[in-house]
Design a binder for this molecule. Structure first.
Ligand SMILES: C[S@@+](CC[C@H](N)C(=O)[O-])C[C@H]1O[C@@H](n2cnc3c(N)ncnc32)[C@H](O)[C@@H]1O
Length: 251
């Protein structure tokens, strides 16, 4: 495994926002630059984590038994498998995140971890850690939580999702949270993008209609595509949202 600790890495920057320790000096420096522009980033990251946890619990109550969490990131507290007793596969293209996730869940036979890339959906689904752990003839919830804004338009995130959708059974779900520019000062956005341009995965926030189109072929569950913190919020949760979130079902 090769790790370049000198290039800021988005998985490790996110870990730093969430108060984790799996990060290097270059990650912390870049993250601090973002915090200087957007001081509420840690709160938004926590809102995003809680969104993911609420959706997983909701889908579990609705009978979903399989979860494919793509762009799962570093094993920060409150992972998907802690919110369901179904089967879970964590996928990331970052070897550090994958190695850490494996250490965390190696004793749990409900959980598997794959090193794979969302930009190659067929290879991802065929990976033995995915195909050997999930039954794709049965419904599966695909989680793309805070990952799609690292996929540029040229890589066609809409087409990638369509390929995943077509490979999954009716009754399968799609869960997305996605960073937006809506309502944010343009100069601040530009500064933030400049910081991410020097990381391993430049960031592409999108407007609401482009995010909504990711759900083509899915019926949105209530309350639709909303600010991340507004998706069935629990009592007393702080609600700093830097993007939109939704869950949909394929019929
Ligand atoms: C901001 S973190 C999100 C972590 C977690 N899903 C959450 O929302 O709390 C984004 C993750 O996506 C991963 N990622 C970025 N591009 C990817 C790709 N093309 N394929 C797989 N994972 C990717 C990064 O390595 C990182 O771990």
């Amino acid at each position: 495994m090769t790790i370049d600790a000198t290039v800021p890495n988005v998985a490790r920057m996110y870990d730093y926002y969430l108060g984790g320790y799996h990060n290097f000096a270059a990650d912390r420096e870049a993250a601090e630059k973002i915090l200087a522009i957007f001081p509420d980033t840690p709160a938004a990251a926590r809102t995003n984590r809680r969104f993911m946890q609420r959706v997983v619990r909701h889908l579990g109550e609705a009978g979903v038994r399989q979860f494919l969490d793509i762009g799962a990131g570093l094993p920060t507290q409150g992972n998907v498998h802690e919110h369901t007793d179904g089967r879970v596969v964590y996928v990331d293209n970052d070897p550090v995140a994958v190695a850490q996730a494996r250490t965390l869940v190696e004793d749990d036979e409900r959980v598997s971890v794959a090193l794979a890339d969302l930009r190659e959906p067929e290879a991802l689904l065929a990976d033995p850690h995915v195909a050997g752990h999930l039954d794709l003839a049965e419904p599966v919830a695909i989680l793309l939580v805070s990952i799609l804004h690292f996929i540029p338009d040229e890589a066609d995130p809409w087409g990638l999702i369509a390929r995943l959708r077509d490979a999954t059974a009716p009754g399968s779900h799609l869960v997305v949270s996605h960073l937006t520019l809506d309502g944010v000062d343009a100069a601040a956005v530009q500064q933030g993008q400049q910081v991410y341009r020097r990381t391993n995965a430049p960031i592409v926030p999108r407007p609401r209609d482009a995010i909504l189109r990711l759900f083509d072929g899915y019926e949105l569950l209530e309350p639709g595509l909303v600010w991340i913190g507004d998706w069935r919020p629990g009592p007393g949760e702080d609600q700093v949202s830097h993007g939109y979130g939704a869950a949909g079902v394929k019929h």
